[in-house]
Structures are given as C-alpha cells and as structure tokens.
Design a protein around this ligand. Structure first.
Ligand SMILES: CC(C)(COP(=O)(O)OP(=O)(O)OC[C@H]1O[C@@H](n2cnc3c(N)ncnc32)[C@H](O)[C@@H]1OP(=O)(O)O)[C@@H](O)C(=O)NCCC(=O)NCCS
Length: 323
C-alpha cells in the first residue's frame, strides 16, 4: 500500500456516501445490513433528533474516509431523555486495508474526549441492550446492542485501551421454514383457553423507543384469558426490512416478551412465542430473531424451548472516564 497520511475531523454533510462505501468495504459480518442506499444511514443515524456531528469523528486519507467512530449517550431511567453521564460508543469501523496502524485506537480516544467534554463519567463501547440510539435496524439485527464477537478481536483491542468486558447479548434465531413447534398437553390447554390479540398500536411506549424504533413496522401481541381478557403474556415484533438484502429472507425481531410476575412458570411465555411464530409463518416470514442478555437464564431457556438457536454474541466493554 502507498504511504498515507491520516487526518481526523468531525462529520461533514457531504460524508454519507464515503461512510456508506466504508461500511460496505469493511466486512462487518452477519450483524451488519448491506446493500442499502445512503437514505438508510439518513433514517437510522443522521436524522436522529440527538445526532451531534461532533460525536461522529472520521479518519480520512485525503478525501477518502478510512474509519469512523460514533460517540453518543444512553438514556435516563425513565427513557424520556438522554443521560449524558452515560457515554456510549455506538459504532467503530476501520477499513481492512488500514487496520493495525493505531487508527482504531486514535478514533476511540477522540470519541472519549468528546464524551468527557459533554459530561460523561462512563463509556460503554457497543452500548448494550437498549443502550444505543443509533444504527438500530441496520446493525445487530433487532437492535444495535453490541459489537459482533465474530468479526473483530474486541477483547484485545478494548483491553489495550483500558476497557473491561461488560454485558454480552445472545443473538437467537429461529428458521420458521424448518423444524416443528413443540407440542404438549399444557400448550394445547393454553390454546383452548387463551386468545391472541394483535394490534399495531404498540402501546404506551417511552420516547427512547420511538426515536429508535418508531420508523420500523411494529406489532404488539397479547395473550389473554378468553373469559375475562386478563393478560398472561405480551410481546412486540419489529420488521427487519433492511436485512433482507444481506440475509436473503424476510425476518422480524421479537422483543419485550413479558409475563406478569404472578403468571410466571405456567408456560404462557412459551405459548406466546410459539403463537407468534405460527402467525409469522402464515405471513411467509422466514426468520425470527430475539436478543437476550446472556445472564438472563429464564429468557435463554424460553427461547431454546421454542426452537431458537444461539447464532452469535454482541459484546460490550466499559470504562470509567472520571479522572
Ligand atoms: C476493531 C477495529 C476497529 C480495530 O481497528 P485498528 O485500527 O486495526 O486497531 P489498532 O491498530 O488501533 O489496534 C490497537 C490494539 O488492538 C489490538 N488488536 C487490534 N487488532 C488486532 C488483531 N487483529 N489481533 C489481535 N489484536 C489486535 C492490539 O493490541 C493492537 O495494538 P498493537 O497493534 O500495538 O498490537 C477494526 O478491526 C475494525 O474496524 N473491525 C470491524 C469493526 C466492526 O465490526 N464494527 C462494528 C460495526 S459498528
């Protein structure tokens, strides 16, 4: 490769085509959508109401973008606004021809400087489940909750920058065109006793949900007792349309599966997930994805019982920014 001089600067309005080219040349693995136009970047990243050009820092060789880091923030507990004390690294990419030359590390340091200047006291690289305000719908599958462990030597890279491993999200897939749904007397009883209600009014959801998923197709599924409409389980699906070109199948993501505490251990969660799978199959959806915190054993077991397979992990790393 010819000698190059790397320069760093914040995002310019003319950068999207260069970022799109970098994204498609960087072998980002199965978690990264591909084959999409600039509009997708616009919709999922630049048009976010909290997008700040100073948080998106590019590495350039002349006019060519050869890397970028995107620093931002997670949300407060009520999910009603950003919490700037909680910095996140939403994305980090270096072109394969320019790796192992310190560019990724330089980008990270610049991202951290931006976060510190805004008052962040911690930073989570990869953001974590429900922590990323950007790239949802175009990276990670259902949501951008970490960096694909299959693709880069994250522990070595992050370790050298002083980060500790943090949460891991399990990516679970079920191919709806193969295999059979489990059957049991309990599941049959539930089908007789319960109604599945489907609505496109996904409910009373917080600001953080709307800014991240509001532009995706969403449906709410509620499993209710026939005799009194009491809810025994609910969940939500989101269309993963941008992944069709990469995965070659129509897919949806399943999130927020919830069984009220007093209704747990009766098999209602499994009934709901299987009912959703059945309805999606009827709509010719071929793949369903769920994302689960690797420490959430109950959810991991539920999805395994429903025929989901562990396909990969999205990892995160944490560091304190306080001096
Ligand atoms: C992870 C990534 C950003 C690293 O960028 P980089 O510019 O090559 O990293 P650096 O040169 O700054 O590496 C710093 C240290 O990390 C470690 N490291 C980086 N790459 C490594 C590798 N392939 N194997 C082992 N250690 C590695 C080393 O300790 C290295 O220091 P050294 O070169 O002095 O040994 C790059 O591999 C990448 O872009 N991967 C794909 C990104 C991705 O999937 N992003 C998710 C979408 S947002």
């Amino acid at each position: 490769m010819d000698a190059f001089l790397v320069d760093y600067r914040t995002f310019h309005n003319c950068d999207p085509p260069g970022l799109l080219k970098l994204w498609h040349a960087s072998n980002l693995g199965p978690s990264a959508a591909e084959g999409f136009p600039c509009d997708i970047f616009e919709l999922f990243v630049f048009s976010q109401p909290f997008f700040d050009r100073n948080g998106l820092i590019v590495a350039v060789d002349g006019d060519r973008i050869i890397g970028f880091v995107h620093a931002g923030f997670s949300c407060n507990e009520q999910q009603s606004a950003l919490d700037k004390t909680q910095g996140v690294i939403s994305a980090l990419v270096v072109h394969p021809d320019f790796r192992r030359q310190g560019i990724g590390s330089d980008l990270m340091r610049r991202g951290e400087q931006y976060l510190t200047s805004k008052g962040s006291t911690t930073v989570c690289a990869g953001a974590g489940l429900d922590g990323n305000g950007f790239y949802n719908g175009m990276y990670g599958g259902l949501q951008a909750s970490g960096f694909s462990a299959l693709i880069a030597p994250w522990p070595e890279f992050m370790g050298k920058l002083g980060y500790q491993p943090a949460d891991t999200t399990n990516i679970l897939h079920r191919n709806l065109t193969q295999g059979r749904d489990p059957v049991s007397a309990r599941l049959i009883r539930h089908r007789r006793r319960l109604n599945l209600v489907i609505t496109d009014r996904v409910g009373d959801l917080p600001w953080w949900w709307h800014v991240r998923f509001g532009h995706l197709d969403a449906l709410k599924f509620t499993l209710q007792e026939r005799h009194n409409d009491a809810v025994v389980a609910c969940g939500q699906i989101l269309g993963l349309d941008v992944f069709v070109a990469k995965w070659g199948v129509r897919s949806v993501g399943l999130r927020n599966v919830l069984v009220p505490e007093d209704q747990r251990r009766h098999g209602y969660g499994l009934s709901l997930v299987l009912e959703i799978c059945r309805r999606l199959r009827e709509q010719s959806i071929q793949l369903i994805e769920a994302q689960v915190d690797s420490k959430n054993q109950a959810a991991c077991d539920l999805f395994a019982a429903a025929g989901f397979e562990h396909v990969q992990e999205l990892v995160t790393f944490r560091k304190s920014l306080s001096v």
